[in-house]
Design a protein around this ligand. Structure first.
Ligand code: COA
Length: 262
């Protein structure tokens, strides 16, 4: 059963779930409670077979997520802050490792933990007016939810140094130029439309092939894994699936495949 949430909503529509972070008076900042709800929601995305793909967005037209909740930082000590970062990292890794495609629809400021959450998703679409960045240095902090790693993976070392060390946000257009977002759109209706268009395209493909592709791409960034080994292994798993037989048969019969996810 869907748990009751206070700071987020999780709405399903024809195979696509939309997770909306909803604390608009606080720029959708990630309080501890919001993080707990995100954990429950992403677990539900894993578990519910009716959900084929996920859009993550923020309520309103101002903020996607303006970071972790700074009002709660007073409680951080040297001892509990390590756990704070590790729990956030584990949570965001669930978005990155999700077997179903995840897409951040960036509707406004994506700063700090907001940029980190967006980067943990497989794909990002941003509205033109959005601003993205890692401003933690302004608070005497560094990104703690995977931002130093994923930003460097996405934009390269030189730009990651600049963005994290200056703490200055960039426009959606600049983020697109750097490869930090996949697409930029004009307004919120276009954001929704583009996000759905991309996800619907993906969820129409063979689910196992999508899942295996996600694993293999993530393997590139896992030092303990040999990505080529993972790729060959995943390829052979796909080859024994019903969807592989159906996909090749449908091609030769010049019809659309009916994938069953096995
Ligand atoms: N944590 C807690 N509260 C936050 C927040 C955050 N990360 N970001 C914004 N808010 C709150 C503000 O304190 C303010 O609350 P109040 O109305 O009760 O005073 C409300 O959201 C609106 O923010 P405000 O700063 O007045 O809006 P703005 O339009 O002038 O500026 C931002 C918007 C996003 C540029 C600005 O809020 C900001 O810089 N936020 C912090 C970003 C950040 O450093 N994130 C990294 C955290 S590690």
């Amino acid at each position: 059963m869907t748990p009751l949430f206070q700071n987020i909503t999780l709405i399903r529509q024809e195979g696509i779930a939309t997770l909306t972070i909803s604390r608009p008076t606080k720029m959708n900042a990630l309080s501890v409670k919001t993080l707990e709800e995100l954990q429950a929601a992403i677990q539900e995305v894993y578990d519910d077979p009716a959900i084929k793909g996920l859009i993550v967005t923020g309520e309103g037209d101002k903020a996607f997520v303006a970071g972790a909740d700074i009002a709660e930082f007073a409680d951080l000590t040297q001892v509990n802050s390590r756990k704070f970062a590790e729990r956030g990292q584990e949570l965001f890794a669930m978005f990155e490792n999700c077997p179903k495609p995840t897409l951040a629809a960036i509707n406004g400021y994506a700063l700090g933990g907001g940029c980190e959450l967006a980067m943990a998703c497989h794909l990002r679409v941003a509205v033109e007016s959005a601003r993205l960045g890692q401003p933690e240095v302004n608070l005497g902090l560094i990104p703690g939810y995977g931002g130093t790693q994923r930003l460097t993976q996405l934009v390269g070392k030189g730009k990651a140094f600049e963005l994290i060390l200056t703490g200055e946000p960039i426009t959606a257009t600049e983020a697109h130029r750097l490869g930090l977002v996949n697409h930029v759109v004009k307004d919120l209706p276009e954001l929704r439309a583009k996000a759905e268009e991309i996800l619907r395209k993906i969820i129409a493909k063979a689910p196992l092939a999508v899942e295996m592709s996600i694993n293999c791409i993530n393997a590139v960034f896992n030092e303990e894994e040999n990505g080529y080994y993972t790729e060959a292994n995943s390829f052979s798993i796909c080859c024994k699936s019903e969807d592989f037989k159906e996909g090749t048969k449908a091609f030769l019969e010049r019809r659309k495949p009916n994938f069953v996810g096995k």
